[in-house]
Write a protein that binds this ligand. Structure first.
Ligand SMILES: *[C@@H]1O[C@H](CO)[C@@H](O)[C@H](O)[C@H]1NC(C)=O
Length: 349
């Protein structure tokens, strides 16, 4: 390599290193408090948001997971996903085999890459459904085919419940340690950068840590102000397992979700939101992030997708965090008892 080439590379590196910082500065130091990209005086600076959305959690294998993810369950068109990546700064996209939308996610990834986002910048998660417990490598290869990817950043065991065989009226006998071996094989083959679990409780995690050659990097579970799972969170923190919170707004759009209570209308969250000039949704998301959790939020509405990710710039006081802590009501929305595929059992209550 010639000297001029090296010099050019050096200059490029310096520009790359310093440009985001400069952008952040020019935003906050704008005399009238408005920066480029802000649509109104009260709007939060887009540049600053983009910077903060790159904030990530370091997993126990050294990989980084962006702290704010886009859920895709029930997302109806890929434009919401593409827009969220390209225009709103989402980098972490969460899908699953059972959502039956991996092709849709694949279109959005393709569009985002065409718009100049690189694959490396994206963090893509998909999940193993229980029908694939016997051969996770095969199931992931099928997911990768639908996603049109060479690897996923995260592969999760979706639920710790083996397949329920309707005809036999019983569960398949696939022990979890065997499933995990298959997950570890995915890492060895380079088709999953990280592996983890979802909907695991403390007991299952303790057991897994006893047999795992590769410990789970994360546990994706339901966490919101009405269902805080403090014990599980403490365990995960202590043993280096990142917590990824799903249904952080307690799924207000889910037809069978909730029991009449709506986080978006919670008077305490509303009161905190008023003092920050934000919305209750942003307060609930900021609370989750501030606990150190990764958050997965989903909406079909791009205005709300923007509102959601802007929660990264809301800083709550410890008094406000305590106030939200007092809202815990052990109100779990995702209950396997309603699901035939899991044999209609109460696995978590
Ligand atoms: C999208 O969200 C915004 C903000 O909450 C709301 O005003 C608007 O009505 C929503 N649009 C649709 C189509 O639901």
């Amino acid at each position: 390599m010639g000297e001029t080439k090296i010099l050019k590379l050096l200059i490029l590196c310096i520009i790359l290193l310093y440009s985001p910082i400069d952008l952040a500065k020019s935003c906050s130091e704008e005399p009238d408090g408005v920066c480029e990209g802000c649509t109104s005086e009260n709007d939060i600076c887009t540049m600053k948001i983009l910077q903060e959305t790159s904030r990530s959690v370091v997993l126990n294998n050294g990989e980084k997971m962006p702290a704010f993810g886009l859920g895709t369950y029930d997302i109806q068109n890929q434009e919401v996903i593409t827009y969220s990546i390209v225009e709103l700064g989402y980098r972490h996209i969460d899908t699953a085999q059972v959502y039956e939308n991996e092709e849709l996610v694949s279109k959005a990834i393709k569009e985002a890459i065409q718009a100049g986002i690189s694959r490396d910048e994206l963090f893509i998660t998909t999940k193993l459904w229980n029908s694939g417990f016997e051969n996770p490598v095969k199931a992931l290869r099928e997911s990768l085919g639908r996603l049109n990817l060479k690897y996923v950043d995260m592969y999760l065991i979706h639920w710790p419940i083996p397949e329920f065989e309707e005809d036999k009226k019983t569960f398949k006998k696939t022990p979890m340690h065997q499933v995990w071996q298959g997950m570890e094989r995915c890492v060895e083959l380079g088709i999953a950068k990280s592996i983890g679990v979802s909907n695991f409780n403390v007991q299952l995690l303790i057991d897994m840590l006893a047999y795992a050659k590769i410990p789970p990097t994360c546990n994706q579970v339901e966490v919101h102000p009405y269902y805080q799972q403090e014990g599980l969170l403490q365990f995960c923190q202590k043993y280096g397992i990142a917590v990824v919170a799903y249904a952080p707004l307690s799924s207000p759009a889910r037809p069978d979700g909730g029991n009449g209570r709506n986080i978006l209308k919670d008077p305490i969250l509303q009161q905190i939101a008023n003092s920050h000039d934000t919305t209750p949704a942003q307060i609930a998301l900021a609370w989750n992030l501030q606990l150190g959790n990764v958050v997965i939020s989903k909406t079909n509405n791009v205005t709300r997708a923007k509102e959601n990710i802007e929660a990264v710039s809301v800083a709550l006081s410890s008094k406000e965090m305590d106030l939200i802590r007092s809202l815990d009501a052990n109100e779990k929305i995702y209950d396997t008892q309603e699901w035939e595929c899991f044999g209609n059992i109460h696995a978590f209550k």
